[in-house]
Design a protein around this ligand. Structure first.
Ligand code: CP3
Length: 346
């Protein structure tokens, strides 16, 4: 494969390339004027399912910043849309469902949908990825999916929430129904990942963005087994990255018993401490504080050098932010940051 020697894939396999690979969560999106221009008049999920648009938006940050990977432009709720669930993304708010799924009867109705529907309806995804990989050459494309808990956090509430109380209550109040729901969400996430890998994605990331709201015990009992199911759909085919925010207390659990190749760490846990907890068999990804993208350059530069220094404690390091690019970020700062990482020893 043309991507075989790509620094990202080498780092995910535990190798330390001469320079550390760098990409950014949410590198495609509102920080780029060329993105905002393309999106005028098209709803978010319609853009995700338009192969030409999704391909062009995926490629924009690669051309502009020279990052070491593209991440597929899509959304965690796309597989739900493909399964026929009524969901929209409200600008400035996030995913909103016409009907929150809360009762056991609603969970039974939803989980009666065959997860294979997602793969069958995913042709726009496969078409977009064919266009993307044709242009990317030796730069890898990262596919992704939302983890069952993070998806459920939206689905059970009906929209964005701060503490995800209803989803967290459900796992205790109706553990069997919770497990049916989370297993189904894992299967549709797995179908979505499989479609992306079939079409040419070189690695995948599972976003369990809100897993940090769980106690370690709840994470282990009600959530980790389902994240495992989602990623196991593509195990052995491509490297697996697992990411969440506020996960300091569950980092070791996020290895999913050795299933994953890399764990994404937010800005709260220094990478040397993360490496200590994660051990020698996992690559770390992260963890530049997105807030510092607004700071004067010398402050950001010192922070990036510190992140790189701490990252050397892990078997390998994929440089990223600790969470997504904030929409108000000056894109020139990201370009400069890529150049800085590439000038440093990996
Ligand atoms: O990282 C990338 O560049 C790839 C594309 C990507 C998007 N969403 C595009 C997007 C990825 C990987 C996601 C994942 C996603 N979506 C997550 C997990 C990652 C994370 O940030 O923790 C979550 C929780 C969602 C749900 C979601 N979708 C939210 C909270 C929002 C933001 C709503 C808003 O307007 O503030 C979205 C919409 C969304 N997804 C946008 C983009 C570029 C913004 C849409 C727009 O341009 O209006």
């Amino acid at each position: 494969m043309p991507t075989d020697d790509a620094p990202l894939l080498r780092a995910l396999s535990g190798d330390r390339p001469e320079r550390a690979p760098v990409w950014f969560m949410r590198q495609a999106g509102r920080s780029l004027p060329e993105y905002r221009e393309l999106r005028v008049g098209t709803r978010m999920l319609d853009a995700c399912l338009n192969p030409q648009l999704a391909a062009e938006i995926t490629l924009q940050p690669v051309r502009r910043h020279g990052v070491d990977a593209a991440i597929f432009f899509s959304d965690i709720v796309v597989p739900l849309r493909l399964a026929g669930v009524a969901v929209e993304i409200e600008p400035g708010r996030g995913p909103v469902f016409a009907e929150p799924v809360r009762s056991v009867a609603q969970i039974d109705a939803l989980t009666a949908i065959d997860p294979a529907m997602v793969a069958a309806a995913a042709q726009p995804v496969r078409d977009a990825i064919a266009l993307i990989t044709a242009e990317l050459g030796d730069t890898p494309l990262i596919g992704f999916a939302g983890a069952p808990f993070t998806l459920a956090a939206y689905l059970v509430e009906g929209g964005p929430s701060k503490e995800h109380l209803r989803a967290r209550a459900l796992m205790h109040a109706e553990p069997d129904a919770w497990n049916r729901l989370a297993n189904w969400l894992a299967l549709i996430a797995g179908e979505f990942l499989g479609a992306q890998v079939d079409a040419g994605a070189s690695a995948v990331q599972l976003f369990d963005s809100w897993a940090g709201s769980l106690s370690p015990e709840d994470y282990r009992r009600f959530v980790a087994p389902h994240a495992h199911t989602a990623l196991a759909a593509v195990r052995g085919r491509v490297p697996l990255i697992h990411f969440g925010v506020g996960t300091g207390a569950i980092l070791a659990d996020m290895r999913l018993d050795g299933l994953v190749d890399a764990v994404g760490v937010d800005w709260r846990t220094p990478l040397d401490a993360a490496a200590e907890v994660l051990g020698p068999d996992v690559t770390v990804q992260g963890n530049i504080d997105p807030a510092l993208l607004q700071a004067p350059w010398p402050v950001l530069e010192a922070h990036v050098r510190d992140v790189l220094r701490r990252g050397r404690h892990a078997r390998a390091h994929v440089v990223n932010l600790g969470h997504g690019v904030p929409p108000e970020t000056d894109p020139d700062v990201l370009t400069r940051l890529v150049r800085l990482v590439h000038e440093e020893r990996g």
